[in-house]
Design a protein. Structure first.
Length: 364
């Protein structure tokens, strides 16, 4: 019913349902192959609370290759879960969050490298990206252990924000086995790699394909994508940028990925309505509050999905002006879409973002 305002619990369940429907993403619909298509090997499944899909082009797309890819991918996704999951109580991140001490906590080199990049991005963005924001995200009703009884007041926001910032963490990626660690400068600090782990997972799986000698592929996890080589029958892989609308799903424009990664973040899938106010899951660490009046979505192109994933979230927080300026400075291609009151969508891209096919009101 139009205008119906649901309670917080119901709306949170709806938001979770949207997340689980990621298997019907525009990316996947756009890439759907005709029945019996022998020019592409497709492998899909579930991971990290969402879905994944791998498409491989080229020769010898047989059952032997399928088995090798499934085994390699399964092992690499298992590694990501053991390193970076916030849902697996035995993961490195989950155990680090329970580590109520300032002593060094040994982790894999991979986890330490992701944390190190996250801290660097936090410095570049003036705190707009912060992997310690998880408790605030949960307090606003999203993520693990979400609390949705009432919004946090100013005092609680200030208390939680006191545990944010790069000064709360130390990291050493290590240059030998068993030398990497992360450490807290406040024993109550918790970190959440949700805004970067999917992208790293895409890269990790893609590296596995190249280990198997496959260099024409597209890997997607929960909408984060990395493409290499050529699609079936030649040419760069073509992917859809989703139109940021709350009801239904549609394509905004189409882009070709030339050995690139792509990630999109938006305000239109995970949110709830409170007193007529749209409360997005994107929390600004600098204020401790949900982003308001910001982009409807941000699409980022980068060399790796790790970078693209983290930058998409960062630019959602920074907004159009500051986000485009910083991404241009750092060599990150970005497209920011804005939703207007009449339902139309317009956007702006920096000079690094390529021309899209069939763009809708997108300006440089």
């Amino acid at each position: 019913m139009p205008g119906l305002e649901l309670d917080r619990r119901t709306l949170r369940l709806i938001a979770i349902a949207f997340l689980l429907l990621a298997a019907l993403s525009v990316h996947r619909l756009f890439f759907a192959a005709p029945p019996g298509d022998s020019d592409v090997l497709i492998i899909s499944g579930q991971t990290m609370g969402t879905t994944f899909e791998i498409r491989i082009a080229g020769e010898a797309l047989d059952d032997t290759l399928r088995k090798r890819v499934e085994d390699e991918t399964g092992e690499r996704l298992r590694q990501i879960d053991l390193w970076m999951s916030t849902w697996n109580p035995d993961s490195e991140i989950a155990r680090f969050n329970r580590h109520d001490s300032l002593t060094d906590f040994p982790v894999s080199t991979e986890t330490a490298e992701v944390v190190a990049y996250a801290l660097q991005l936090g410095r570049w963005s003036g705190g707009a990206f912060d992997i310690a924001v998880g408790p605030l995200v949960a307090r606003w009703g999203f993520g693990n252990h979400a609390r949705v009884d009432s919004p946090p007041d100013d005092d609680e926001i200030a208390r939680l924000r006191a545990r944010l910032g790069e000064g709360m963490l130390r990291v050493e990626p290590g240059d030998s086995i068993d030398s990497a660690f992360i450490a807290k400068n406040d024993p109550k600090v918790e970190i959440d790699l949700s805004a970067i782990a999917k992208g790293y997972g895409v890269d990790h799986v893609a590296n596995g394909l190249e280990k198997l000698g496959r260099f024409d592929y597209l890997v997607e996890i929960g909408g984060e994508i990395r493409a290499a080589g050529e699609r079936p029958k030649g040419g760069a892989w073509r992917v859809a940028i989703e139109r940021p609308q709350i009801e239904g799903r549609a394509i905004q424009s189409i882009i070709e990925l030339d050995n690139q990664a792509m990630a999109t973040s938006g305000d239109y899938r995970i949110f709830y309505i409170e007193n007529g106010r749209h409360v997005s899951h994107t929390i600004d660490p600098r204020t401790g509050r949900p982003v308001e009046g910001g982009p409807a979505s941000v699409t980022v192109l980068a060399d790796t999905a790790t970078e693209a994933d983290a930058w998409a979230t960062t630019l959602m927080v920074l907004g159009r002006r500051d986000g485009l300026a910083l991404s241009e400075e750092r060599g990150i291609a970005a497209l920011i879409l804005i939703r207007h009151e009449d339902g139309t969508v317009s956007g702006q891209q920096n000079s690094l973002f390529p021309k899209t096919a069939d763009p809708v009101n997108v300006e440089r």
